[in-house]
Design a protein around this ligand. Sequence first.
Ligand SMILES: Nc1ncnc2c1ncn2[C@@H]1O[C@H](COP(=O)(O)OP(=O)(O)OP(=O)(O)O)[C@@H](O)[C@H]1O
Length: 275
Amino acid sequence: VKERSAPLPHLEPEPTDLTLGVSLHGITKVYGSKAAVDNLSLNFYEGNITSLLGHNGAGKTTTISILTGLFPTSSGTIFVYGKDIRTDQEVIRKNMGVCMQHNVLFNYLTTKEHLLLYGYIKVPHWSKQELYQEETGLYSHRHKLAGSLSGGMKRKLSIAIALLGGSRVVILDEPTTGVDPCSRRSIWEIISKNKKGRTIILSTHHLDEAEVLSDRIAFLEHGGLKCCGSPFYLKETFGDGYHLTLTKKKVCFFIFHSALWLALPVPCWNSHAFL
Ligand SMILES: Nc1ncnc2c1ncn2[C@@H]1O[C@H](COP(=O)(O)OP(=O)(O)OP(=O)(O)O)[C@@H](O)[C@H]1O
């Protein structure tokens, strides 16, 4: 693998025509002697879906936990629509919806009862009709107990709860984990349909998910920002950054000029060889 010699630009210029929803200002979270998040600064815009992408331990969940107020930063702060998370947590939470990595559902409540329960807590003055306005494809399952729902339907219900009550900031921690490919696509559709007027932040391990869903992608590594921009910008900037040469002794020889995140099957005499 041959790396480019010149340093690559890693940040696409910020959009100027969008409302700033969430802004991370140099946040750091230290556990013992290790920084799980290290001086991370990043902006999220209204009407955009921004993905936090990174390998296990990159700091995605820690960032999301700080964002949702689960625990404080060691240093730095976050502004949500201009409100400081250190001092205005209560106001911020009223406009925030969260879907955590693991479903937090009650097995003996139906999908409808979940929406009503969370709705009455979050927006007690809203009518039932207002609570049901989000397009989440749950209507035909409204009388089913959460405990009897498939994994995909449980995730959809968790996402519906996050969207409920007109949440302006929606945080989705690995929304499609453990979901089959078909349900994944319908979850992507639900998220895309509901992005208008909201700042949506999601974390994922999946390159395809980030590419399909995101207006902007932020790659995290060791708790810091590696690069950030639209999928198109990142592909244009980094997509031709590497040449991979594979040599199979005496039998065949191939050169690949591959896109950054495309895993291509390697046409080789050995049919089991894949890149
Ligand atoms: N409560 C904790 N105590 C100590 N270390 C922690 C704690 N939570 C996270 N870490 C460490 O911080 C780093 C970042 O973890 P984090 O869970 O934020 O990463 P992640 O990108 O969300 O990973 P994954 O994709 O596996 O969920 C890891 O090295 C992890 O071991």
